[in-house]
Design a binder for this molecule. Structure first.
Ligand code: SAM
Length: 342
């Protein structure tokens, strides 16, 4: 039976420990799926506190596994928790938690990469983008191989204000390999500054809120883990389509140790590369000899704005891909060499 706390807030009743749940339901971690579990509920409470106040919140937990973080969320005064777990072995253990928290926990056996959260919570939770964030939160400790592509997908959703951001500026508290957490928050000039830093920071306020040593997980991963909190900005720092920003940023960081003009030049076909890269940098007022790691978000804003104008003037430009040009050139060279030998 569920238990009420001193202020009438919900608390889970005494339950078997996570270690006992793992034993009971034979939930050995599958190494190939990078399953690393948190068994210490003080630690999962700490992670959940980093999400901010969850009073009456609607929470979407991704990858609950044996349910450590799930228990901490259920004890945080929430209205409803929806969990999406891919591995069916965890469903009976989660069902036990659901029985202990009547009406609070919804379990979906599915994949976070395809699950449509925008239809899962009441419409009444929706807020205007410019308002305070809605009382909807995403929390998760996913395998690193899923969390990085997922954050890129969710950043794109932030830019379109759809998916989990159909409710407004939904906040996210997610774990990453510590190195990735450092890249997400890296400021201009730092060694970790990368594509992820710009893509995250132009759309969100990003905070590295906690580091968890690898030894806190079972089995222990090779690396420490960073917990990162994201709040979408009311006004993105770059007002261009996500795919365009991604293209400029990706090209800029192509050669991270070289001057930025080298990577940015790859936005243009070889025949006009020098001239058009010069025009891009001059119009954006960016020093060509800065390294990509020294570029600020506002440098990227100017670069994206100028590149957008260049794409509007030349409709073929955005589709240009220097790798394809390289491949065609080398195929042509091989054909020409073959012909000259005949
Ligand atoms: N949250 C639990 C914890 O902290 O102990 C488990 C963490 S474990 C690193 C990651 C969990 O995410 C596993 O339960 C795994 O089965 C699940 N998972 C992996 N990929 C998933 C996906 N695409 N969709 C939903 N769940 C996924």
């Amino acid at each position: 039976m569920a238990v009420s706390g001193p202020l009438g807030t919900f608390r889970l009743p005494p339950l078997p420990t996570i270690r006992e749940i793992i034993r009971l339901f034979k939930l050995q971690a599958v190494k190939q799926l990078s399953q690393n579990f948190l068994l210490d509920l003080r630690l999962t409470d700490k992670i959940v506190r980093k999400a901010g106040s969850l009073t009456n919140a609607y929470v979407y937990e991704v990858g609950p596994g044996p349910g450590g973080i799930t228990r901490s969320i259920l004890n945080a005064g929430i209205a409803e928790l929806l969990v999406v777990e891919k591995d069916s072995r965890f469903i009976p253990g989660l069902q036990m938690l659901s029985d202990a928290a009547p009406g609070k926990l919804r379990i979906v056996h599915g994949d976070v990469l395809t699950f449509k959260i925008e239809r899962a919570f009441p419409e009444s939770l929706k807020r205007q983008w410019e308002d305070d964030p809605p009382n909807v939160h995403i929390i998760g400790n996913l395998p690193f191989s899923v969390s990085t592509p997922l954050i890129i997908k969710w950043l794109e959703n932030v830019s379109h204000r759809n998916g989990p951001f159909a409710y407004g500026r939904t906040q996210m508290t997610l774990t990453f390999q510590k190195e990735v957490a450092e890249r997400l928050i890296a400021s201009k000039g730092s060694k970790q500054r990368s594509r992820l830093s710009i893509m995250a920071q132009y759309l969100c306020d990003v905070q590295h809120v906690l580091t968890i040593p690898g030894r806190a997980f079972v089995p222990k991963p090779e690396v420490d883990v960073g917990v990162v909190h994201f709040t979408p900005l009311t006004q993105p720092k770059i007002e261009q389509p996500f795919k365009l920003v991604e293209k400029v940023v990706q090209n800029a960081f192509q050669f991270r140790r070289k001057y930025c003009y080298r990577g940015l030049g790859m936005l243009f076909p070889e025949a006009q590369r020098m001239e058009r890269t010069g025009k891009l940098l001059e119009s954006a007022d960016v020093d060509p000899t800065l390294r990509p790691t020294q570029l600020s978000v506002s440098h990227f804003q100017s670069l994206c704005d100028v590149y957008r104008k260049m794409c509007d003037e030349d409709p073929h430009l955005f589709a240009y891909n220097f790798r394809e040009e390289l491949r065609h050139t080398s195929e042509k060279r091989e054909r020409d060499d073959g012909e000259s030998l005949q």
